[in-house]
Every structure is written in C-alpha cells, then in structure tokens.
Ligand binder design. Structure first.
Ligand code: 5HM
Length: 340
C-alpha cells in the first residue's frame, strides 16, 4: 500500500508510531542535547479527524491545554502569557519571554501577509473559487528561522495542505520533525481543529487528515512513560468516546468571544458555575464544554482546590470528564463513586 496507513482515531496512530520508534528505530540522534530514537519518513491518515484525543490513563492527555492551544492558533496569537498559563514548559521556547517564535503557527497562518489578507484567508478564497485546486498550501517553516543558531523555537510544522474533494475538506500536514510522545498529540489535535474550522467556513464536510513526518522520534527521557503507554495499549482495557462536531455557525467572532471568557478565567477576574455557562453565556453546548474546562483549570490553578466543583465536572461530556479525572488529582477527588 502506497498511501499512509489509516486509523480510526489518533490513539491508534500514536501507539503504532511509539511502537515503531521504540522497537525498530532506524537511527539514534542527539540534536541539541536531546538523545532520541528516530524513524525517518513516517505517516498516517485519520479517517475521522474528530477522534483527536487519546484515552490512555498512562498518557494523561490534557484537554484544557489542547483546546487552549487550538484557540490560540485560531486567534492568530503568539503571546506566551496565554499559552504559558496552560503549558508552563513552553516558556523555555520563548526567546524574549513575551512571544513564542516558530511554534506560534496561528500567528503565521491567521495574520495578514498580503493585501491585508492572511494566508488562511487567501487559501480559503482560492478553494471557494477552485475546489479542485492543488495550491491550497499554508507554509509555516521558513529557512530564515535558521539564521540565528541559538533560536530556541524553530517551527516543526512545515505546512498544511488543504484539498477539497467530493464535498469534503481533506488536509495533509507536513512536519519536519515530531516528538511522537510529547508533540504529536497536541499537533494533531490543533491541526484537525483548524481543518474542521476551515471546512465550516467553506461549507464542506470534514474529510480525512494525513500526517507526514520527516524525523519521527521518541526522546530517551520519555522512554519509561512510553513503555507504560505501550503496555497499557497492549493489555489495558480499551475505552473510547465519540467527539462531537464543531458547530456550523463557528466563525472568527466565536473564537474571539470564547477568548474573552478564557482571559477572564485565566486572570481570575471571573468564576463560573456550570449553570451560568449553560444558560448565561449564549454559547453553543460544544463551546460551553471548553469554557467549563477553563473554569475547572481556574479552580485548580488559582483557587488551588483539593477537589473541583463536582457539578461542573458532571456537566462535562463523558470523554472530557474521563481525561480530566485522570489528569488532575483535584478532578479525581471530586468524583464520587460511579461518576467517572
Ligand atoms: O531541535 P528541534 O528544533 O527539532 O527541536 C524541537 C522538538 O520539539 C523536536 O523534538 C520536535 O519534534 C518537537 N516539536 C513537536 O513535535 C516541536 C513543536 C513546536 O514547533 C511541535 N511539535 N509543534
């Protein structure tokens, strides 16, 4: 088979790649002090890109960060202030302590580059006019990033290729490098969110997502966790939850409104109950879930609660609740008996 192997969800692809790089590495590398096992030229396809979260207790995916990063991209931002709150480790990648560099993909994609239009808008306009086009490419990596040898943040995403075919919007993602344990899951989550968002703007259905990687690697420092994930995938009980569709009326204004709530919660200016989010914010239930995640994270970060508000945890979709309970002890503490 010459096309990339297809998986029903990101979890299957993630486990298969971890297995490949761990058990059959082609190279041992040590770039910038990161000893790793590497496979060159790996790829996979997702038949349903909405299945973008893995349900593995050993991996503990963080849906709060995943949605925050996707919104940060969709809003075209590059500030450390927002993303560093959700992922403190990203602070190390900022050269000036204020902005992210190459990895602020949304800044490259969603800000005006030509005649006041962003690359994203130019591609959307092209594809509306010529759906069969092969030119719908959004480049991200630039060789200019290599000019400064100490640059801590060189884009790993080379580009995103958008292909409307038969009423569906397909995407091919080209990565120069992917950390299979740490980077891959959040990358696939965010890029498929961008794909789904563009499909809505074009009035298309969500197609397939194909992920291609130049250097696919697992860092030695993550080897223990990767081993546990592989054990769980081979022996543990398998769980899965269907992900809902992004609402059809989602536009840039929706993202802006969500980020107003996000900022109020991140800066601890407001606190929300589940009922308030459900009845007062005038948001689609899909996006209400995201605000609920931000409020739960506010309780963990700012209030430093031993147990989060159980009503809020219960209002979450079962898949998000499953992940939050495994990721955050304060969520696990709020669960009474069978609430998981
Ligand atoms: O030395 P280099 O610039 O390639 O190091 C960046 C590391 O972060 C690599 O392991 C790369 O695969 C990983 N990474 C990722 O997997 C980084 C970013 C941010 O651009 C990303 N996915 N989105």
């Amino acid at each position: 088979m010459l096309t990339a192997p297809t998986f029903g969800s990101v979890e299957g692809a993630y486990v298969a790649l971890l297995q490949l790089a761990t058990k059959e590495p082609e190279h041992r590398i040590d770039a910038r002090g990161n000893a790793a096992r590497e496979v060159i030229g790996a790829s996979f396809r997702l038949s349903d890109p909405r299945q973008r979260l893995p349900y593995l207790a050993e991996r503990k995916a963080n849906p709060v960060f995943q949605f925050a990063e996707a919104l940060w991209y969709l809003a075209g931002r590059r500030d450390l202030e927002m993303i560093g709150y959700y992922a403190p480790s990203m602070r190390a990648s900022s050269a000036d302590g204020i902005h992210l560099g190459g990895s602020a993909y949304g800044y490259t994609l969603f800000n005006p580059a030509d005649a006041g239009r962003s690359p994203f808008d130019l591609v959307a306009e092209l594809l509306l006019n010529e759906p069969d086009s092969k030119r719908g490419y959004l480049p991200v990596f630039s060789a200019a990033e290599l000019a400064e040898r100490s640059n801590p943040d060189v884009a790993c995403l080379a580009g995103l290729h958008l292909l409307p075919r038969d009423g569906h919007l397909h995407m091919v993602c080209n990565m120069r490098a992917n950390d299979l344990d740490c980077g891959l899951l959040s990358d696939v989550f965010s890029f498929t969110m961008i794909q789904e968002y563009l499909a809505l703007q074009l009035g298309l259905r969500l197609g397939t997502y194909t992920h291609t990687i130049g250097s696919a690697h697992v860092n030695d420092r993550n080897a223990d966790r990767v081993g546990r994930v592989l054990d769980e995938a081979a022996n543990g009980p398998s769980v899965n939850f269907a992900s809902p569709s992004m609402p059809e009326d989602t536009t840039a204004a929706t993202i802006e409104r969500l980020l107003v709530h996000e900022e109020a919660l991140r800066t601890n200016e407001l606190r929300y109950t589940a009922l308030h989010i459900q009845h007062r914010l005038d948001l689609h239930p899909y996006w209400q879930q995201v605000v609920m995640l931000f409020e739960l994270y506010r309780q963990i970060q700012h209030d430093q609660v031993a147990a989060v508000d159980p009503a809020l945890l219960h209002a979450l979709d079962p898949g998000l609740r499953w992940l939050m309970v495994r990721k955050w002890p304060a969520c696990a503490a709020a669960v009474d008996g069978g609430a998981q």
